[in-house]
Design a protein around this ligand. Structure first.
Ligand SMILES: Nc1nc2c(ncn2[C@@H]2O[C@H](COP(=O)(O)OP(=O)(O)OP(=O)(O)O)[C@@H](O)[C@H]2O)c(=O)[nH]1
Ligand SMILES: [Mg+2]
Length: 330
């Protein structure tokens, strides 16, 4: 097994693929994260700065002002309670001398929460690495599959896609468009066909071609749809049979804009499917970016990638430090 950090830098900067060409000069991960969480930061930092702006000691009353703002950013009641309790204890014990100190303590609290669920990604010793994309309808599975294919290609890895959403009309064509954009092959079956059969073919092809990564896009489903959940199980068993240790990753794709509702659905989903990490999409344009913290506390799962737009390179590996600095200030 080769281990590499989830949140670490890539070891080397590989050659970009011939296509697609980047549409704009690459901005740093921090800049892109900062841009994506602008609305969350605006709602959160207003309140922090109303407390932080004061140079006098932070008292219980000023801490009380922070609480509703954490809740408004969708950090969630359980997580907010943990953070507020720690801040109050600290204020009682040693005092919090200034707003600036509060900001640093808050950042340390948030980082502890996120890093507590981070785990190293385990790449298999022999290809293919098998990734299943799962989640409820419309969260961004197909889009993320296309973006991931592109990201891995830019890292110099070969990719094969599997169109395992045979349920929704036009789902296969949608994935084919993404495959073309990323310049990677796609294995499919006909609409209404057995997704496990498509997966079988894709795994056989990836194995014989020595492809580094095989990503399967699956149909949107609610955890309550027993047949569809069984179908996921079957896919998992098919993968296990063909490739040792597969699926190596099962990414639950969550829509950040759905906030606490999305979290509730995700909780039930992770109980049914063996999810290894979260891809949080639509982080751009929502003030609910605090959901990342609720995911860590309540699902005990790391956010591995963040979707920050609809374009092919609008997917960034999640970095807890960049996220917290973007939210609360560096
Ligand atoms: N702004 C924004 N839009 C996104 C992002 N990711 C996906 N979308 C949009 O979300 C919509 C749904 O995306 P899909 O990829 O089709 O979602 P899906 O989960 O595959 O949907 P089903 O297969 O029907 O369950 C599309 O309009 C995407 O462009 C993102 O990170 N940011
Ligand atoms: Mg889809």
């Amino acid at each position: 097994m080769v281990f590499s950090s989830l949140f670490g830098k890539r070891p080397t900067e590989p050659e970009p693929p011939e296509s697609p060409a980047p549409e704009q000069p690459k901005r740093s991960l921090f800049d892109r994260m900062r841009q994506a969480v602008t609305r969350t930061r605006e709602s959160l930092s207003e309140s922090i700065s109303s407390v932080v702006a004061l140079t006098r000691e932070i008292d219980q009353a000023s801490l009380d002002q922070l609480e509703p703002r954490l809740l408004a950013a969708d950090i969630g009641s359980a997580t907010t309670a943990i953070i507020m309790e720690n801040l109050r204890q600290r204020a009682l014990r040693t005092g919090i001398e200034s707003g600036a100190q509060l900001q640093q303590i808050l950042k340390a609290e948030l980082k502890q929460i996120l890093d507590g669920v981070a785990r190293p990604i385990q790449h298999p010793s022999a290809p293919p690495e098998v990734i299943l994309m799962v989640g409820v309808n419309g969260t961004g599975k197909t889009t993320t599959t296309g973006k991931l294919a592109n990201l891995y290609r830019t890292q110099g890895r070969s990719v094969l896609l599997c169109a395992a959403d045979t349920f929704r009309a036009a789902a296969i064509e949608q994935l084919e468009v993404w495959a073309q954009r990323s310049g990677v092959p796609v294995i499919k079956t006909k609409q209404g066909g057995d997704p496990s059969a498509a997966l079988y073919d894709a795994l056989a092809a990836a194995t014989s071609r020595g492809t580094d990564v095989m990503i399967a896009d699956t149909a949107g489903r609610l955890h309550t749809k027993t047949d569809l959940m069984k179908e996921l199980d079957k896919m998992r068993r098919t993968a296990e049979k063909l490739v040792p240790g597969a699926p190596h990753q099962t990414f639950l794709v969550m829509d950040a804009t759905t906030g606490q509702n999305g979290l509730q659905q995700a909780r039930l989903f992770t109980e049914a499917a063996r999810v290894t990490g979260i891809v949080l999409t639509k982080l751009d344009g929502t003030a609910k970016g605090g959901i990342v913290l609720a995911i860590a506390t309540e699902l005990k799962l790391p956010v591995v990638y963040a979707g920050i737009g609809e374009k092919i390179d609008d997917l960034i590996p999640f970095d807890s430090t960049a996220f917290i600095d973007s939210l609360v200030g560096a």
